[in-house]
Design a protein around this ligand. Structure first.
Ligand code: BG6
Length: 497
């Protein structure tokens, strides 16, 4: 059924995500003329304040002077950004909020997108606030969609419970579960690279691919997010969702079409086929670590970060080797790693191909390296194929060179933020780049046993790594014992930069 939202209602509207990502993304969409006429943004929060106070709060943070597009969009949209107080703990709030929102509503028949940018434990109480707007039993065409921010639960059980709560109030087609990595240009482009070109597919399997690596590194620590992160850890925060979704894009079978149901089906098959670890395998196949201080650079360790519980056993780095039990991927290790407070910020995929079956250049020594394909998600999005080549000269030599497609060189510097793309899709209820509940459940089925094993008696130790370093050496050993290594980025930067 066609849906086009005339407004968005942001729960958690005064929070960090809303101020840093959601409102700026809406302003940019407004500047580009992509929002419908008279589109309204209803921002909700517990505090009692007027819309002008919220606008001041946003402008103090937004850095409008540094961004002409943001400023333009904001100037156009600001009179339609309305603050509405909402406290789900207050008595009879569902009816009061219903009235409050309707009082400020300007449209006769509004079509609303409700955005739940709130912690998983309070989602239920916010769903209750939306209930009076949802008359699904009376009108199947009820003009409401609900967008749910990650994390979707804390484990399999809580994610099933949350899904149940949502389905008590909404139909499945009204629910959009976001993973902002799917809105990134370079992640979307994996589909185009694989399925809009003929030459990758024949080699995209265990006959030609030796191993796949997906790395997520951030220079920043946990900032002011200790309250959230200390209960979450990097495995739940980044691997359960973002990296497993990237893995799906790399590993999925060609979908029948790019319709949401076909994409969800294929991604779900990948997640289902990831081999689950036993407790012993967790110790063997994963590494968890925490950053410690780098006194030379006055960077504190995780345990000294404000808000982190004393003696916390939350991991800020995790790595693992996994297998996808399918015809295509049987025997191919997928190595995943994610960490905070590392030496650089980089998200990249490296597809490492097999060695040559026979080399006619034996007398050149060991110069021939297996081909590698680097897909750089951020920063400086690019795709680089590493090939062996003869450098000019009188001698027979070989060196590896890069065939590089750089987004910036090809398309210029404009790239919409992931939230811009996903909000626009959500306003039209296009769920292609959103997750199905099955995908989320399958991802938890893989992640839960790891977390349980890490927190059981006799679990593998929490390793450490120095803040600003390349991560724990145990992550290198995880690959070394299988004859592999983490490939340095295609730019040749040293991991320890
Ligand atoms: C979020 C995580 O989902 O993704 C953060 O909660 C992480 O911890 C962030 O920093 C990374 O997103 P991006 O778009 O900056 O790579």
């Amino acid at each position: 059924m066609f849906f086009c939202a005339s407004s968005i209602v942001i729960f958690g509207g005064t929070g960090d995500l809303s101020l840093r990502k959601l409102i700026p993304a809406l302003c940019r969409l407004e500047s580009a003329g992509l929002l419908v006429r008279d589109f309204h943004v209803y921002v909700t929060g517990r505090s009692m304040m007027g819309s002008h106070e919220f606008i001041e709060k946003f402008t103090a943070k937004a850095g409008l002077e540094k961004d002409a597009v943001l400023k333009d969009g904001f100037e156009k949209l600001k009179s339609r950004i309305v603050y509405v107080a909402a406290d789900p703990q207050a008595d009879n709030e569902e009816n009061n909020f219903y009235q409050r929102l309707n009082q400020v509503e300007t449209q006769a028949a509004p079509a609303r997108l409700f955005y739940l940018a709130v912690p998983p434990e309070s989602m239920g109480s916010f769903i209750k606030l939306i209930k009076p707007f949802s008359d699904k039993n009376l009108h199947p065409g009820c003009p409401i969609r609900v967008l749910v921010e990650k994390p979707f639960g804390h484990n399999l059980e809580s994610s099933i419970e949350l899904n149940k709560r949502l389905l008590e109030t909404f139909r499945e087609d009204q629910i959009l579960r976001i993973d902002h990595y799917l809105g990134k240009e370079a992640v979307q482009n994996i589909l185009f690279m694989r399925f809009a070109n003929i030459f990758f597919e024949p080699v995209w399997n265990n006959h030609f691919i030796d191993n796949v690596q997906i790395s997520f590194a951030e220079k920043i620590g946990i900032g002011s997010r200790a309250g959230y992160f200390d209960q979450t850890g990097i495995l739940r925060d980044v691997i359960q969702n973002h990296l497993l979704q990237v893995l799906c894009m790399v590993a999925m079978e060609p979908p029948l079409s790019n319709r949401p149901s076909d994409l969800h089906l294929e991604k779900n098959k990948v997640l289902k086929a990831i081999r689950r670890y036993s407790a012993d395998q967790v110790a063997e196949e994963t590494v968890r670590a925490q950053y410690i201080a780098d006194p030379a650079k006055s960077i504190s360790g995780y345990l000294q970060e404000p808000g982190v519980k004393p003696g916390s056993t939350t991991e800020t780095f995790a790595a693992g080797r996994l297998f996808i039990d399918s015809w295509r991927w049987s025997g191919v290790p997928f190595y995943l790693r994610a960490g905070k407070r590392l030496s650089k910020s980089l998200t990249e995929i490296c597809i490492s191909f097999k060695a040559l079956p026979h080399s006619i250049f034996k007398d050149l020594g060991s110069g021939i390296t297996p081909n590698r394909l680097f897909i750089r998600i951020q920063p400086d999005e690019s795709i680089t194929m590493k090939l062996n080549s003869k450098p000019p000269g009188m001698h027979m030599k070989v060196t590896d060179v890069g065939l590089k497609f750089s987004y910036e060189a090809e398309f210029g510097s404009y790239r919409p933020d992931a939230y811009e793309r996903l909000l626009l899709d959500a306003l039209k209820a296009d769920s292609s780049l959103f997750l199905s509940s099955n995908e989320i459940a399958e991802a938890w089925k893989f992640i839960d046993p790891i977390i349980n094993a890490w927190h059981s008696p006799g679990a593998q130790p929490m390793f450490t790594y120095k803040a600003n370093s390349a991560g724990p050496q145990e992550a290198d050993q995880l690959l070394a014992k299988h004859g592999h290594q983490w490939y340095p980025s295609e730019s040749g930067e040293n991991e320890n930069d």
